[in-house]
Design a protein around this ligand. Structure first.
Ligand code: SPV
Ligand code: MG
Length: 288
């Protein structure tokens, strides 16, 4: 079920980062049943910083490619909604039109800054952000998932602030709560989950606290883990290595064993289907 795959699952589920049609197709092949359209990754691929440098319409265009290429449910990182309640509901409506399954909105101020860059990010006023959530809920139909993301721990405001925001966002109509942390251990995430008691499903992003085994999240009855940026980071490392070697060696022999073959590219995007479609539509039997 759509909702279950993008933030509202009873069993622990996983969303894999995608930033374009290629990364979406690869994640699907690996077995993932839902994707996270990461703001950081998409910005990076456009050559922007994750600081609202890319526009909402650029995001919507990339999401369309992710959805179309994978045919998977996609939870979109909508940052803070690119402005006030009006921008947020416009974003949600356009994402839904392009086939996204849901959006995560964070209680940051525009322009946002990536959660791991800098300290003491300004937080949106609770009531104003709740208005953004309500506007989205009133605009997109029931089958579009709205995840409210709390940046209070990131911004150094502590657990009480995080919990009272979670209550306000639940009240405003969120379907799930994403609680984010920049700690290298999962302690504050697990403390949040204990205090929150699953009033709504909880989504987490264990980018910094990656050493914690996922069994701890299953035990805590967390709904969804997002692997938020690992394909783009893998791509950066691989491209950097290939570019470096090619520049130095002026020869591809040493890199060939370590890069995808052309046949893999053709197979990933089903070039065989195009050949059979040509046989059907371009050269139908009995037509000359
Ligand atoms: C993203 O993937 O853009 C996220 C997660 O929002 S993080 O970068 O950890 O803030
Ligand atoms: Mg983001």
């Amino acid at each position: 079920m759509l909702r279950a795959q993008v933030g509202c699952s009873r069993e622990l589920s996983f969303l894999m980062e995608a930033h374009d049609g290629l990364s979406a197709a690869i994640a699907k092949r690996a077995g993932f049943t839902g994707l996270w359209a990461s703001g950081l990754s998409i910005a990076s691929c456009l050559g922007y910083r994750d600081a609202s440098e890319g526009s909402w319409s650029q995001l919507v265009d990339v999401v369309e490619r992710i959805v179309d290429s994978s045919q998977l449910p996609v939870l979109v990182d909508g940052d803070g909604g690119f402005g006030n309640f009006n921008n947020a509901r416009l974003l949600a409506r356009k994402l839904r039109q392009r086939g996204a399954a849901g959006v995560a909105l964070e209680d940051s101020c525009f322009p946002k800054m990536n959660s791991f860059v800098g300290d003491l990010h300004p937080l949106a006023d609770i009531d104003e952000f709740s208005g953004r959530l309500r506007a989205v809920k009133d605009t997109v139909a029931q089958d579009f998932v709205l995840v409210a993301r709390i940046e209070a721990l990131i911004a150094g405001h502590g657990m009480d602030e995080a919990i009272s925001r979670a209550h306000a966002y639940a009240e405003a109509g969120a379907d799930a709560i994403l609680i984010h942390s920049r700690r290298t251990a999962a302690d504050e995430i697990l403390a949040f989950v204990r205090a929150w008691q699953n009033r709504l499903p909880v989504v987490i992003v264990p980018t910094k606290y990656y050493r914690t085994p996922v069994s701890a999240y299953r035990e805590a009855r967390i709904s969804t883990v997002i692997w938020a940026n690992h394909s783009v980071r893998a791509a950066i490392a691989a491209m950097r290595q290939v570019c470096g070697r090619l520049f130095a060696e002026e020869n591809t022999a040493s890199i060939e064993p370590n890069i995808a073959t052309l046949d893999e590219v053709f197979e990933l995007f089903r070039y065989d289907e195009l050949a059979s479609a040509e046989a059907r539509y371009l050269h139908p039997p009995g037509r000359g």
